[in-house]
Structures are given as C-alpha cells and as structure tokens.
Design a protein around this ligand. Structure first.
Ligand code: ASP
Length: 318
C-alpha cells in the first residue's frame, strides 16, 4: 500500500512532468586539436571547462525558456568569438601576412536558408554578419570587402584588425606552430518547436595563405542544418572537410540510410576521414535531440546539454 501511495504521489508526478517536458538539445565546440593532458596546465584546463560550461548554461537556459535555435546558436557563438581562448573572433590565428581573416556560416534547418562571410578582417562578430547575410540579403556567401560593406550597412560593430590578435596567437604565428592549435567554434541547437540551427566561426588555420578559405564558411562542408535530419558544425583540417563535404554528408547519410546519428558520424570521422587525412571532428544534433560529438584527434573542446543534462569535456577519454 505504502509503495502504491509513494508511486502515485511522488514518482508519478515527476514521470508526468518529465514526459510532458519539451525536448531540446544543444551542442557546442571550441575546436578539435592534438592537445594532450601534458601540454596544458590544470589551470588552463579549468579555464576552458569554465568557459564551455558557462556558454552552454546560457544557451541551455535560453532553449529551456523557449528561445529559437537560431537565436541560441548566434548567442553562444558570439560569446565564444568574444573569448580570446578560442580561434574565432578575438583570439583568431594569424595568416601568412600576420593578420587575421575570419570565416563564419549559419544555417536554418526549417527552410535550408543559409548565410556566410569569409575573409573578413574587421567585423567583431562574424557569426552575426553570417546570419544577416541569410536574413537580409538574397545571397548565401559574401567575401572580404563586400561582406564588410554589407555588414556596415547593417550597423554591425567593427574593430581594427589588431583587436583580434592576442599575444598567444601572435607567438604561435612567430614560432610557426603549424596547425596543431585549433579552436574554431560552433554550435548546433534543436529548440522546443523542433527547429534546428547550426553555425560555425573561425580564424582558420595558423599561418594560412592570404585569402585561403576553409570549410567553416562553406555550407555543406563546415555547417549544415535540416529539420528533417540534423544540424552539424565541423572543426578540423578544412581542405579535407571541403573535399568530403562533411556536414552535408552527415545529413545525407541520415536521410538515405537506416544508420543512426552516432553510426553516421563515427563512419565519417574515423573511416572517410582520419587523423592524417582529415584530422578534426564535428558536433551534430538530430531531429530527435540525439547528440554526437565525434573526433579523430586527441582533443576537442566540447559541451552538450539535452533537456538540461550537461556534459563538458576536452580530451578523448572523457
Ligand atoms: N576548419 C577550420 C579551417 O580549416 C579550422 C579548424 O576547425 O580548426 O579553417
């Protein structure tokens, strides 16, 4: 009798609340790379974890309160662009000429609308400019000075190029540390209305050629979102991600095969790509709210939340 009463008055209400709760999911990344625990101090690990946790918490509470996937993706990517520990916005890596050129893209899974900017050197938050290209222009991608002129017309805040350059990224450039320091940022959200959005923002690869464009601003390569399948944001050696059309491939494999999100992302990241040919990773959220964060490097700054259940990690064994 007591057990029955317990069930009726204590367990049943919480089960009902849980069942009626709306489904939402959020995944973010701060780049894949070849970090090992011995390369980074406990303090730095803490700095990254705290940043990922606080960005995730903001996005999670927005989704919980009913914000759109589009607003959440833009907000969390802006936060990471403003944080110089990542390679996006402030803190971006330098190209061969010692300057920063940023790339970003944004996609709306409801209608497959998309926007991107590439090679922009003065837009404080490239992800916002990418969203504006989607919402306020008839185009998908704007480059360099044209993208900046468009952003200026829409009152997007501008900064001098040196705003992006931090002492650490300058040192990496001078020491030619190569491509091992990643830090691209991205986000994928499924909101309580069942809409998916995805975005990616980056300074690209350290020491890249002037004018080089990676996968991050390319719809289908670095970013993709389709309410019928999933949303994806990639990070890694962009040339491979472009050639393998990675973000769209995740969506296409979900659409055309009976494999689930985890099987599809594992196949792409570990079989089609690998740590030599296509080092990197991706985050993906499918239409049911399943989350996958797969990578073939030793680390990927990442965090996710599904209906409030939080996960934050850096290294492969977490
Ligand atoms: N995918 C980016 C690029 O190739 C870099 C990265 O994600 O680390 O520009």
């Amino acid at each position: 009798m007591r057990q029955l009463l317990n069930f009726l008055f204590i367990l049943l209400p919480s089960i009902l609340v849980h069942l009626s709760a709306q489904n939402y999911a959020l995944a973010i990344h701060g780049g894949a790379g070849f970090l090992n625990r011995s390369d980074i101090s406990e303090y730095q690990v803490q700095v990254y974890r705290e940043s990922l946790s606080s960005v995730l918490a903001i996005g999670d509470s927005m989704l919980n309160a009913g914000s759109s996937a589009l607003d959440v993706v833009e907000t969390v990517i802006r936060l990471m662009e403003n944080d110089s520990i990542y390679n996006a916005g402030k803190g971006s890596v330098l190209n061969k000429h010692g300057m920063v050129e940023c790339d970003a893209s944004f996609m709306d899974g409801r209608n497959l609308e998309a926007g991107a900017v590439t090679g922009v050197a003065h837009i404080k938050n490239p992800i916002t400019a990418a969203r504006l290209v989607m919402e306020k222009s008839p185009h998908v991608m704007l480059a360099g000075k044209g993208a900046e002129e468009f952003a200026l017309l829409h009152n997007v805040p501008f900064v001098p190029n040196k705003y992006f350059i931090t002492a650490r990224k300058h040192q990496a450039y001078v020491k030619k540390l190569g491509n091992r320091k990643h830090g691209t940022v991205g986000a994928v959200a499924l909101d309580i209305s069942g809409n998916i959005a995805a975005g990616t923002s980056t300074g690209g690869m350290n020491g890249k050629a002037f004018g080089r464009i990676g996968d991050s601003p390319i719809i289908g390569a670095g970013t993709y979102a389709n309410n019928n399948t999933c949303g994806v944001s990639c990070t890694g050696h962009g040339e491979y991600y472009i050639r393998n059309v990675v973000a769209h491939d995740v969506s296409a494999m979900l659409a055309y095969t009976s494999k689930d999100l985890q099987e599809v992302t594992a196949e792409i990241i570990h079989e089609k790509l690998n740590s030599r040919a296509g080092a990197g990773g991706l985050i993906a959220v499918d239409k049911a709210g399943n989350i996958s964060m797969e990578f073939n490097t030793t680390s990927m700054f990442r965090a996710s939340s599904k209906n409030g259940k939080v996960y934050v990690a850096i290294f492969a064994d977490e």
